[in-house]
Design a protein around this ligand. Structure first.
Ligand SMILES: NC(=O)c1ccc[n+]([C@@H]2O[C@H](COP(=O)([O-])OP(=O)(O)OC[C@H]3O[C@@H](n4cnc5c(N)ncnc54)[C@H](OP(=O)(O)O)[C@@H]3O)[C@@H](O)[C@H]2O)c1
Length: 382
């Protein structure tokens, strides 16, 4: 398929720095001549998508908050958002990808500087940004809601040689979007006990996902005592999957974790964005280094999602085979990014916050489990 114009002009959200608003701006994407005839296609090695949905992650806001003013001299239009789902309009020459023109696809836009996924169009280099076709059993909004958080959970639940069968697992922050997948992965992997920290509002849900017992973090602002209670009752934990952050357990970590156990965290010793979070990160990085040097009796890692690890097809298949549930808190209209961010920042979202950039043009179900798209019936370039 060729596109009629050499350049696409479209709307996207962007900001100058952490003190300026995130607002709708005009962006452009330059295409190249179609070598096989008239019209234009995506540049070599790139996939052009029309975005339907973009889901937000706390990291989007954290990156916005920490962008210092002087960097706006170099880059005055920093795009917002990582997760996306949309329709493939064009694939540049020599692009190594499994997606096809007309497919609905989802993924993570990874370049930290430049554009973002909350945009009407996006050019994606599949060597740098994981992208895969949409499973048939979910709709396009749901497709935007799993890449970053499920990818993170998959990596947290495997690094350090984790094998869940017959293990005892603690999932800290089970109510977070990442934590919900961690609980499901532990259950699917055959863990014999899955203890979680979450609040009462997610209690029933987290139990249905596989938690065998729960610690209410609101009633227990320090997790140490209830965790030690669990150790007293049924022995130490093999694995700790920390999706919220904190350092409560370290004073007695050698009692809480089995020798050779694994503690994987994606946040570190202190959640948030301020000085405390920075100090917490330094402590966590130091602990990660000490673990790698073999100086701890357990394996500890402060992890970042590895975008190059080729996990997105595994994530897609797990969703497509119906092994994992996807959670969306709310879908906001494109014009309501600031309201969506407010909800994200409240720490109360029950699953993903999703922005609807444009409704899909082909017949796509809006309810989970019934989506079916052939991607061939309409012109997506509209
Ligand atoms: N390092 C990485 O690569 C990476 C990747 C992804 C995410 N992250 C980080 O991981 C964290 C979670 O991200 P997310 O998108 O999954 O979060 P999210 O979906 O926005 O989390 C919202 C949930 O957080 C829970 N929560 C609030 N306060 C809590 C507390 N004190 N203890 C435990 N849970 C609490 C609430 O659960 P209840 O409903 O049970 O109250 C709420 O539903 C963020 O800090 C994010 O930046 C890091």
């Amino acid at each position: 398929m060729s596109l009629p114009e050499p350049r696409i002009t479209y709307k996207a959200y962007a900001y100058k720095n952490g003190n300026s608003p995130i607002e709708i701006v005009t962006e452009t994407i330059d295409l190249v001549k179609n070598p096989s005839g008239q019209g234009y296609i995506a540049p070599p090695g790139q996939i052009l998508l029309k975005i339907n949905y973009a889901s937000l992650n706390p990291v989007d806001y954290k990156l916005y908050k920490i962008k210092p003013s002087f960097l706006s001299l170099i880059n005055s239009k920093q795009g917002f958002g990582r997760d996306f789902a949309g329709q493939v309009l064009s694939i540049g020459q020599g692009t190594n990808t499994t997606v096809k023109v007309g497919d609905y696809a989802e993924g993570i836009y990874t370049p930290m500087v430049g554009k973002g996924s909350v945009a009407e169009y996006l050019l994606v280099d599949p060597k740098k940004s994981p992208i895969t076709s949409k499973p048939a059993n979910i709709n396009v909004a749901e497709a935007s809601a799993f890449p970053l958080v499920l990818g993170t959970a998959l990596q947290m639940c495997s690094r350090g040689g984790i094998k869940f069968a017959n293990s005892k697992v603690l999932v800290i922050g089970a109510g977070t979007s990442v934590g919900r997948y961690a609980v499901q992965l532990a259950r699917n992997g055959g863990a014999k006990e899955v203890v979680t920290t979450n609040s009462a509002r997610t209690s029933e849900l987290i139990e249905s996902l596989g938690a065998t017992s729960q610690i209410d973090y609101r009633k227990n602002p320090n997790l140490l005592n209830p965790t030690l209670e669990s150790v007293k009752t049924s022995g130490p934990f093999d694995y700790i999957i920390d999706c919220w952050g904190g350092s409560d357990l370290f004073p007695q970590i050698n009692t809480i974790l089995t020798k050779g156990g694994v503690y994987n965290t994606i946040v570190g010793d202190a959640p948030g964005t301020g000085l405390a979070a920075l100090i917490g990160s330094v402590k966590s990085i130091t602990r990660t280094i000490r673990s790698k040097l073999g100086l701890l009796g357990y394996t500890y890692e402060l992890m970042l999602l590895d975008n190059t690890a080729g996990w997105i097809d595994e994530a897609r298949d797990l969703v497509g085979e119906g092994h994992l549930k996807i959670f969306i808190d709310k879908i906001y209209p494109f014009t309501e990014l600031n309201e969506a961010i407010e909800k994200l920042e409240s720490g109360t979202a029950q699953g993903k916050i999703v922005l609807e950039v444009a409704k899909p043009t082909t017949s796509t179900s809006t309810s989970s489990g019934a989506g079916s798209v052939d991607g061939s019936s309409n012109n997506p370039f509209q």
